[in-house]
Design a protein around this ligand. Structure first.
Ligand SMILES: NC(=O)c1ccc[n+]([C@@H]2O[C@H](COP(=O)([O-])OP(=O)(O)OC[C@H]3O[C@@H](n4cnc5c(N)ncnc54)[C@H](O)[C@@H]3O)[C@@H](O)[C@H]2O)c1
Length: 295
């Protein structure tokens, strides 16, 4: 007897789904397609085989992106998915995203707020209030606005929200004050909303990825003086010795939506263990004072 897909009959909206982590999530939720077969670019690496992620969740997926060409290309590649062009900083676009979803599928079960951006490394004095405001509009208010529009529909089916935050929202990151602040806020908002929505049975969780190899990561590395060294550093930050893949975040999202029925307000780390243990954090190269024990 064929297994029933894990999220069959459910309708999922994913933002920023044209590439990177968002595309990994779209593929993982997609209709009757295993991640291994639907994601030919998913590579077999140390500790990771695409067949381990043979997600067949069977959901209807509507995904949006501000990149129309990228979104249409993925829609073509994954029959059964629906692409809606939408900039998550524009409330009117988000209203269209919800109304298109409802008119095509009649219900909404899960929203994945993924669209976001990490600026190139910048010291605090290089940041500006104007750039910070724009980043908040994308990384935080985009999530807030879509969530508000979706909640009345999610409440009808005891649905759930998954916010894509970041490990650095909890542990910090050098030369990334504004980005870290936006993601810390996403994690905090996830927990507060989980409390408020529990009375409707709506679960609200977030995934905090560590280093996931995506076009954004590649672009950020290219903006540094030594891209190869940056990529090596990003790779060695994980005890598992590699970066994560978008399909692995996709599998975590399917788990939160379909299997984690007693989890709300959770921050699920998908990091390869990057936060574990001590590491070299100071820029000093020699001991300035010998530690002494109190008498
Ligand atoms: N890659 C990582 O290592 C990593 C780690 C932690 C968190 N994250 C988070 O994961 C999310 C995805 O990151 P990624 O690495 O896949 O990035 P990416 O740039 O590769 O993909 C992001 C997608 O979002 C879309 N997008 C950007 N702004 C948009 C807007 N205003 N409206 C609609 N779509 C928009 C882009 O067009 C793109 O398709 C982001 O929220 C990011 O902060 C990434």
């Amino acid at each position: 007897m064929a297994a029933v897909p894990r999220y069959s009959g459910k309708v999922v909206v994913v933002t920023g789904g044209a590439r990177g982590i968002g595309a990994g999530i779209v593929r993982a939720f997609g209709v009757h397609k295993g991640a291994a077969e639907a994601a030919p670019q998913v590579r077999r690496t140390r500790n990771f085989s695409p067949s381990l992620l043979a997600v067949d969740s069977g959901a209807q997926v509507v995904f949006c992106d501000k990149d129309e060409a990228g979104g249409r290309a993925l829609e073509q590649e994954l029959p059964g998915t629906v692409f809606v062009r939408c900039d998550v900083t524009q409330e009117g676009d988000l209203q269209t995203l919800i109304s298109e979803t409802l008119s095509q599928f009649g219900r909404l079960d899960c929203v994945v707020n993924n669209a976001g951006y990490h600026p190139p490394a910048q010291w605090p004095e290089e940041t500006s209030a104007q750039d910070f405001r724009q980043l908040l509009e994308l990384n935080l208010l985009g999530t807030y606005t879509l969530t508000k529009l979706a909640l009345p529909h999610l409440r009808k089916h005891r649905g759930n929200i998954i916010n894509i935050s970041s490990l650095v929202g909890t542990i910090g990151q050098s030369q990334a004050v504004t980005y870290v602040a936006t993601k810390g806020a996403v994690t905090a908002m996830t927990k507060a909303l989980a409390l408020d929505e529990s009375r409707y049975g709506v679960r609200v969780n977030c995934i905090s990825p560590g280093n996931i190899w995506t076009p954004l990561w590649e672009e950020l590395a290219a903006s540094t003086s030594d891209p190869s060294a940056t990529i090596l550093e990003g790779t060695l930050a994980q005890p598992l010795g590699r970066m994560g893949q978008p399909a692995e975040v996709g599998a975590a999202a399917v788990f939160l939506a379909s299997g984690a029925t007693f989890c709300t307000g959770l921050e699920l780390l998908v990091t390869g263990g990057a936060e574990l243990g001590y590491g070299r954090k100071s820029t000093r190269s020699s001991l300035v004072e010998t530690p002494i024990l109190p008498p």
